[in-house]
Structures are given as structure tokens and as C-alpha cells.
Write a protein that binds this ligand. Sequence first.
Ligand code: FES
Ligand SMILES: [Fe+2]
Length: 465
Amino acid sequence: MQKPKKNNEMFSKVLKNRPKPYFQEIISKDHLTPPSVLREESCSYVGSDDVDRERYFSKKFHNLELENIWNKVWQFACREEDIPLPGDYYVYDIVDQSILIVRTEDGTIKAYYNSCLHRGTQLKPSNTCGFSKILKCPFHGWSWSLDGKLKNIPSDWDFPHVSHQEFKLPEVKSDIWGGFIFINLDKNSNSLKDFLSVLPEHFKDWDMGKRSKAAHVAKIVPCNWKFAIEAFLEGYHVSETHPQALPYTGDTNCQYDHWGPHISRMMSGLGTPSPTLKNKKIDDADVIESMQDLVSYLDGGSDKKNIHRNEKPRDFLSNSMREILTSSTGVDHEKFSTSEIIDAIQYFVFPNFIPWAGYGVPIVYRFRPNGHNPDTSIFEVILLYENNDEKKETDPGINWLEEGDSWTKAEELGGLGALFDQDEAAFRSGQLGLKASNKKGSTFSLYQESRIRHFHKTIDMYMSL
Ligand code: FES
Ligand SMILES: [Fe+2]
């Protein structure tokens, strides 16, 4: 076991050896200054031990997670615009638990256990959303009002022992941040505000409540939910898994931060080539064209051949993104800094929620176990756009891809689909390989994979390991 002083020395050396340009150096050269929160750095040594591979496939560990994590944490269930009107509902499932979230007559939001108080039937089917003025069980027809009061028992003469007062639908704790509706199955939990710690303050200039869903794509993927998340907590895999992104992605020079047990962040400078390409001749036009190929909306109206000679790729790309975002959303994007427009600024909220900050890459990821099978998980991608309209746009619904479908089938994801196909190939071989080895633990790097170490440290904390 290494001594703390040795560990800190080792970690300082790692920090010193990071390839340049650092993310901070990239954004300091932009002529539109980024907000102070992007200038913050908060990373410390989070250990060097291996992480036990059984965590990714053992049924025993899966059961412990249910008890100690999924029953205890705040989890993103749906967006406010999923249930804009009284009577709108959304069913959020987490393994065996099913939670029915409704908009009540007075516009407030309530969450209930999705289970009839008669004999348990689900009031609404799993993974559905819709509209219903009363909550009526499909089996014998008991019904409740949207605010959970028992309204009707067919043949009520046969239930003299049932008190309407006691048969209100039991509530699950819920709260809202930035248009995201969260639930918590632990009635004694701390508040959502405490749970989110620095997140609301960091996002104060990026009001997620003003955004609305433009796309929601879901798929069951062939690996444990943690293995899937971890592919989005580091930029280390880009060069091998997504080589086409290297001309425009700062990968090995990403910045990694963490605050408290629940929040971490990765910031990658885009419109700038990977340090791994330093011996290759990448000119400005290569950077621009390769990034235009990814984000299809960047193509709009710009002539690839006619790149302004004096404009640096980050300026050229962010200017064209600003223009397109302004015209497509009706929200003026002129005032936003280059970094907020172009960079990948991605936060992680333990245990499964990844909202991206800034404006140009408006993604949210969510990952959940898929029932009791630890070898698969549910991966969802949501695109959220700024919205000028007071009334939220119509919810696009969820596009569930089938096993074997390419992510590119979800055309609403533009060029991102091809990247997710590459990630999914890594999920499959990762999960199979984890089980095929006699190596007990996975070995993570100290900086580039520090968010994964931080994630497992928080898992340990919840498990009291
Ligand atoms: S189970 Fe719901 S009414 Fe009978
Ligand atoms: Fe990836």
C-alpha cells in the first residue's frame, strides 16, 4: 500500500505530465471569454487500487446495489415537458420499482408507487406515458384522483373495511431541478438540493428548465449499467474507439473535476486536434471538415471550401454554430462564449445521470439496470434545446431501438449515432471480456479515469464497503 505523501507526489507528477494544450489554455485563447465556472479546476487523487470486476456481473452485487443505491438516491425520472398538462403521466421504472409521475389539477407534480392498493396491479404499464384524468386500475376498476384520493371502488358494499382516508395512493418523494423531475424511494433521504451540491450553482447560466426535448432515444445495451456509464466518464478511449473524432477533439488533454461524492465533470476542447496527432499534419480545414461531418447541423449554409483564411477553427465552427442555433431555436446565441457553444462540457450526477452544459452539444444521458440481468442495461440519449416559446414543444416521445439496430437508425441524433455504435461495440466486448478473465480487478489510470475511480468510491460509500 502506497503512503499518502507518495500518492500525492505520484499524482502531481501525473498532472505535470498531461499533454498540452490543457483545456484551460485552449479556452483562455478564445476571444469570447468563458464564464468563471469553466475556469475552475477541482481534481485530487482518488486512489490507485484496482476495482473488483465482479461488480459488473455478480448477481450478489446487483442485489446490494438495489438495496443500498437505487433505494436511496435521487434519480432523474422524466422531464417537466413530458407531463405538461393536468392528467399527463409518465411511468419511470427502476428494476422492480415502478413510479407513476402525474401532473395534478393545480399543476403540481406528484409521484406514486405504480401499484393498485386493491391487489397490486400496475395502474399504468411500465415505460409508458400518456393522459388520464383519473388513475383507474385496469383490473377491477378502483380509481383515484390525480392528487391520490380514492375516488371509487366498484361494489363498494363489499369493502366496508376499507377507509377512503387510509387508501390514498402512497407518495414517492419527488422534486425538480432545471426541468428534470427527480424521485427518491427513501422517504428519509436528504433533499435534492443537498444531493446535487454544486450542480445548480454551476448551471445557473444554463437554465435547463428553459430547454425542451427535441429527441429521446432508448436502447437495451449489452453490458452492465456501470460499464456503460464509464465509457462516458473518460476521453481516454476516443483515440482507439472513435479515431474519426481525433482531428477535432481534445481527448488526452481533457480536464477532469469532481466535487463531493455525487458530482464530477469532464471538459474537452472541440475544434482543436487531439494531442495524439501531434506528428501528423492536421490543417485548419481538416479540423473543420471532420467536425462538420459529425454534427450534421453545422453543415447548414456553410461552404466547406470557403473557410475564412484568418479564422481559427474554433472561431469558425462556433460562429457557424451560433448562427444555426440562433435561427433554429429563436434564442439569441451571440452572447455565449466560444467554449459554451463548441466544447464538450459534461457533468455526471451519481449514480446515472449525465447532463451536458453549454449550448452546442445539448445532450443528456441516463443509464439504468435492465431488470435483474446485470449483463445488460438501458441507455437513453435525450437532446434538449433552448426554447423561446413559453409553451413547451410537443414531447417527441421515446424512440426505442431494437437489439441489433444501429444507433444511426435514430436520425434525430445526427452524426452522434455512429459514435454510439462504436461505444456499443465496446460495451459488448467489454462485458464479455470482464467475465472471461482470471484478473480480479480492472486497472484505471490516475487522471483520465479519475471520474470512474470517484464513481466507485461513491458506490463504496453507499455500500458502506
Ligand atoms: S387490482 Fe386494482 S382494482 Fe383490483
Ligand atoms: Fe465513446
